[in-house]
Ligand binder design. Structure first.
Ligand code: BF8
Ligand code: SF4
Length: 646
């Protein structure tokens, strides 16, 4: 740790120097951050942590004491299994709804394009539109993009309703996987239907069979992964372009002292895409110069940041725990937010500086923020209005308070499936060959958030280092991306940190050992790649040497993601314990029982080094199952004996 920050305990909160620097500013200025508020919440409720508190109805709130002499049932008679299952199902429904409603907003925009009703959005990738239209069984002969957009939008709107028996995009999964879903009654039908049914079933006095509740929770999560989220990814690519590999930068150093800085925060790329366009408008650049700035600089936070990073190379200021801290640089004229993962605290921090916060979606308003109603019909006009507002705020900046503590770190981004296949020469075969030969032992998706209960970015970066050292390819989405990129793991040169096999593959292809797949809805790219590999090998996804990990997750969306990933056949390790431990039955089902149903389970392991061992063992087991080469003990970068796993 740098001497100027030592002794303040910041190293217990984060591994990142820019975080330490901003925590020092917060301390000097008496500004409260997420870590202070977490401390004030201690001790957090034990019943809630175990998942055994219930406030679903007004006979409660109730709590069940799974270990002591306290009550064993709620007022209605629900026991720990029922209460934990209901709570978990509701979390999954909230997470799945968040992703899927985001997908719906993009879908409505596609429909608007089809109707010719927007001033800015267009089909940026006609080939993808065409492919999707064919996948949805539309006849494409003689139709132009606009007509196809409208027809595809109508079809996809059906995915949200109750007229389908099966979601069309789920057909991308291997046949054997779909048969498992059919057999267990979890094949997702309609996105909204599964979510509404999850809420219905978890009302008092409806579904009281905890296994039955959880099976529907799985179905709900699948309607997200193979439904709403997949629609969000596919249509964002169609409207804004399929990402291609490019270099960018990351950390608070991407903010510019001499420019108007706008932070793009949230998840939906619709507005941020037009802000990118507006920030390059000659008239607005001239206005910025008039105000004394060199121009307009954009930087992302959270998944809106990931979206514009993947497609436009816009740099990333930080991940979830940086959202307050970026304002503390004193260099942010405007934070524009859409929805999800935006702490209401940002407007409080902004009040201590000249920073303006503008909310844009009517479904996500924030006390203390100015609200600009975002209407995609007039997207560009609104984008320009927002950029102008930032420029005008530049004159209120207090130069003495500007402190940008670090230099930016380079990173590579833009690995859509199309880009991965492009890098491989058009077919997944070279990747399959590398896995078969053992130069790449397997692949792991490290996804998800920051959580102030975990030292910021330690879980992501430690796990990533251990895996790549062991020749395991890592793909990242969401806030894991920023963690790994800031640690310098996402440049082609980072191949030097990988084991010999992975290093050679990365060097031959000019790619990093950690590939950026996008935002959290883009976890569906991982599903699509896994399905393509499984189909190419003629096996189910659970036979592949793959795993997932969410070392620092906090969000209900992450619960939905973890569930659809496991139900798709991919073993997943969580770094933060979910609130299920009040029900030993449910813990056993999720960590063991699911193996017999979906061929994959959850594991909970907060120590990233131990998590890496669990994952490596899993990958080697899967390799053995496929008859692939075993690990040469001389090549193990992380001897198990050092880790003394139980
Ligand atoms: O959807 S990783 S903190 S920003 S929930 Fe949120 Fe978690 Fe970040 Fe993106 Ni995903
Ligand atoms: Fe209590 Fe049952 Fe009502 Fe939950 S649903 S609050 S356990 S009475």
């Amino acid at each position: 740790m740098s001497p100027e920050f030592s002794g303040n305990g910041y190293h217990r909160k984060s591994i990142q120097r820019d975080t330490w620097a901003m925590l020092e500013i917060a301390k000097q200025e008496g500004i409260e951050t997420v870590w202070d508020r977490l401390a004030k919440q201690q001790p957090q409720c034990g019943y809630c942590s175990l998942g055994t508190s219930c406030r679903i109805c007004s006979m409660g709130p109730c709590r069940v004491d799974p270990f002591g002499d306290g009550p064993q049932k709620g007022v209605c008679g629900a026991d720990a299994d029922i209460i934990v299952a209901r709570n978990l199902a509701r979390s999954i429904a909230a997470g799945a709804s968040s992703h899927s409603d985001h997908g719906r907003d993009i879908l409505e925009t596609l429909h608007m394009v089809g109707e010719g009703k927007t001033d800015v959005y267009k089909i940026s990738d006609p080939q993808k539109l065409h492919r999707l239209a064919v996948e949805y069984g539309l006849s494409v002969e003689g139709k132009n993009d606009q007509e196809l957009a409208k027809e595809l939008a109508w079809e996809m709107m059906e995915d949200y309703g109750m007229r389908r028996e099966k979601l069309p995009l789920a057909r991308r999964a291997p046949r054997s996987r779909q048969e498992i879903w059919e057999k267990t009654g979890v094949y997702p039908r309609g996105v909204d239907r599964e979510n509404v049914e999850a809420l219905h079933r978890t009302h008092m006095g409806v579904d009281n069979d905890w296994v039955n509740i959880l099976l529907h929770a799985v179905r709900t999560s699948l309607s997200d992964g193979w439904g709403g989220s997949m629609i969000a990814t596919e249509l964002s690519d169609t409207l804004f372009g399929v990402p291609t590999p490019k270099m960018s930068q990351v950390n608070l150093g991407v903010l510019r002292k001499d420019m108007v800085n706008i932070i793009l925060h949230g998840h939906n790329p619709m507005l941020s895409e037009v802000i990118v366009a507006a920030s390059q408008d000659p008239e607005l650049i001239a206005l910025a110069r008039e105000k004394g700035a060199q121009g307009v600089n954009l930087a992302g936070v959270c998944c809106t940041g990931n979206e514009v990073l993947m497609r436009k190379g816009i740099p990333m200021a930080g991940n979830h725990l940086m959202q307050e801290l970026c304002i503390l640089t004193g260099a942010v004229e405007l934070m524009v937010v859409d929805y999800q993962c935006i702490m209401p605290a940002v407007t409080e921090v902004a009040k201590c500086f000249h920073t303006k916060v503008i909310s844009t979606f009517d479904k996500a308003k924030f006390p203390g923020a100015e609200h600009v109603h975002f209407d995609p019909e007039h997207g560009l006009e609104i984008g320009k209005q927002i950029v102008r507002s930032a420029i005008e705020n530049y004159t209120r900046r207090v130069p003495e308070r500007v402190y940008i503590p670090v230099e930016p770190v380079p990173m590579m981004t833009g690995f859509s499936i199309e880009a991965v296949l492009g890098a491989l020469g058009g077919s997944p075969q070279p990747l399959i060959d590398a896995i078969v030969q053992g130069s790449i032992r397997g692949a792991v998706g490290i996804v998800g958030c920051n959580n102030p209960k975990i030292k910021q970015d330690l879980g992501h970066t430690e796990l990533t280092r251990r895996l790549i050292e062991n020749d395991i390819l890592v793909v990242v989405t969401g806030c894991a991306t920023v963690a790994d990129a800031k640690a310098g793991l996402m440049t082609p040169e980072a191949a030097d940190l990988a084991g010999p096999g992975l290093r050679a593959v990365c060097k031959a292809l000019g790619i990093p050992p950690v590939l950026h797949f996008g935002s959290c809805v883009d976890n569906t790219r991982i599903l699509v790649l896994a399905a393509a590999l499984a189909n190419a090998l003629g096996v189910d996804i659970n036979a592949l040497p793959l795993a997932g990990a969410a070392p620092e997750w906090y969000s209900e969306k992450a619960v939905a993601i973890g569930t659809y990933v496991v139900a798709s056949g991919i073993y997943t390790v969580l770094g933060v314990a979910p609130p299920i431990f009040g029900s030993p039955n449910i813990v056993k089902l999720l960590t063991e029982g699911l193996e017999g149903v979906f061929g994959a389970t959850f594991a909970v392991e907060p120590d990233p080094n131990r998590a890496a061992v669990l994952i490596r063992r899993h990958i080697e087991r899967k390799r053995a199952g496929l008859g692939l080469s075993a690990l040469n003990p001389d090549n193990i970068a992380m001897p198990e004996s050092e880790l003394a796993l139980a």
